[in-house]
Write a protein that binds this ligand. Sequence first.
Ligand code: PBG
Length: 328
Amino acid sequence: MPFPVARPRRLRQSPAIRALARETTVEPGDLIYPLFFSATLTEPRPIATMPGISQLPVSMAAAEAREAAALGLGGVLLFGLPKNKDADGTSAYDPEGPVPRAVRAMKEAVPELAVITDVCVDEYTDHGHCGILRKNRRGILDVDNDATLEVLAKAAVVYAKAGADIVAPSDMMDGRVGRIRSALDGDGFIETAILSYAVKYASCFYGPFRDAADCAPKFGDRASYQMDPANAREAIREAALDEEEGADFLMVKPALSYLDVIAKVRASSLLPLGAYNVSGEYSMIKAAAAAGMLDETRAVLEVLTSIRRAGADFILTYHAKDAAKLLG
Ligand code: PBG
């Protein structure tokens, strides 16, 4: 029945009626806060390209856990800046590395907080790629998929031993979810869950993160392992393969240029789905707000709402603490 009987504005006439008609909510518990723990720092070191975010000494891990819990956040996601890097990223599975140490401190301080560890070697390799290199059949240096799986599996077990609730492989090697699942189960960590960065695009929006985690590739790019931004059907295939291999949660990354992909993956799987509101998406809002171009508070809430509306159950975001305070 069209106008004048149908008047959609009736549903927008007051805050109370708008609240009844609202389809999507964002709560602090939907938000996961990424943290960067350094093996060498004794003080926080601000990241120039990510206003408000710092690399942190491991000694601050317990306090960060308490703050995340007090804000009601859904969890934290840990990245590490190791003392030493080498070609094979062996410090990724050092039990005394910054991530296992931070996990132990956080779980001791707040046992109920969901602690997630990123699993990838790019922070630990001297060349900055997400795996072990070898020459491919065209004589070009490339990441060796199957050799990399062994390093990822070792790292996942070390993080599980430290107490991580969830391990989150972000490398985009084929078969890593299955390999990590069998390594965890083989060591008795049947309860440790896997959050797969199942659908991860080769994106320019990771730019600031590569400063934050000191992991920019020293040559080339990640296009031989991360997905082509032009592809959406492939996202469904990647998600389905990871689900078959035993992923407990799926993730799409980045979020904002890929809201259509979030919606498609949501419709194709019954697993809980996350989306990573990545560093470049964060820094764009910070820069625009600092330049007086938009209202930061409204921008953050609108962006987070849009990611939830697209179908994400939870959002990994550097805005998590600020947004939790706004949402009260
Ligand atoms: C790599 C990793 C990256 C991010 C999370 N894990 C960077 C990359 O793939 O280059 C990006 C996160 C962000 O931009 O906020 N292991």
